[in-house]
Design a protein. Structure first.
Length: 269
């Protein structure tokens, strides 16, 4: 089981969902990336988001990480408002509540985004010490446990340029876990890897999905993997969720024609 979130405590609000998007829209000029999106994720649910490039998948994750802001709508995490934006208003300022709520979320990016001048263990220690106020000894102990978990304890003093792409991505997963998140986001975590390196990263994600109660939201083009580890698969197209359901139905008997077209294209490659 995943250890409880240990950031600065906030008053919890009861909610049936860990994540909710309520009428959320996002555009860049005439490009409507999200169109009045309503989308919920239950606590502990493992959800894979699939769909063509440009369909809005990654934007969902970036809004949750406050790397992008919605033009309109409400986003909540565990009942706490992360975004509450009225159309036509100015970009909301970052608030203390936003920072506290964001601490519950970790993200693993396509590119590993490790600090190249830091060793593996230093990459894992930095945020817990600087953000959570964890002692260096405690952060190092936690980091060593996580490196053991992802199979990289022998690389504790190596810097990112000394590691393969797959090893760097496993370090990035461990770094996200070091913050003890309740929600873990994956943005196509294997897309930057050579084919022979993908398996080790997928094995780590598979272990997390089957052995922890974390809520996981994954944007992926690894269809068979999504079918294996997901509780629910959501198909996005042109900023909307056009179909969602259990993986066995989505992959074997999709109801939406756009879903069928997309799966035929990606599974026949």
């Amino acid at each position: 089981m995943q250890p409880p979130y240990d950031g600065t405590p906030v008053q919890e609000q009861t909610s049936d969902y860990m994540i909710t998007f309520d009428d959320v829209s996002k555009s860049w000029g005439d490009n409507h990336v999200l169109k009045s999106l309503n989308f919920d994720v239950k606590p502990g649910e493992k959800v894979s988001i699939i769909g063509p490039s440009g369909s809005g998948k990654t934007t969902i994750l970036r809004i949750l990480m406050t790397l992008e802001y919605p033009d309109h709508g409400v986003v909540t995490v565990e009942g706490e408002k992360l975004w509450n934006v009225t159309r036509g208003t100015k970009i909301p300022r970052e608030t203390k509540q936003m920072r506290l709520t964001r601490r519950k979320i970790g993200m693993v990016f396509q590119q590993f985004n490790l600090f190249p001048h830091m060793t593996t263990i230093e990459n894992l220690m930095e945020a817990p010490v600087q953000v959570l106020g964890m002692s260096k000894d405690e952060a190092r102990e936690r980091g060593m446990e996580l490196l053991e978990m992802v199979g990289l304890s022998q690389h504790v003093d190596h810097k990112p340029p000394q590691l393969s792409g797959g090893q760097q991505q496993r370090v990035a997963i461990a770094r996200a876990l070091a913050m003890r998140p309740k929600v873990l986001l994956f943005d196509e975590p294997t897309s930057a890897l050579d084919p022979e390196l993908i398996g080790d990263v997928l094995n780590v994600i598979r272990d997390l999905a089957t052995s922890t109660d974390m809520t996981m939201l994954m944007v992926t083009h690894e269809m068979r993997f999504a079918e294996e580890i997901s509780d629910r698969v959501v198909m996005f197209d042109h900023g909307r969720a056009v179909e969602q359901g259990p993986p066995e139905r989505i992959f074997k008997n999709p109801e939406n024609e756009r879903t069928r077209e997309f799966l035929r294209a990606v599974l026949e490659r």
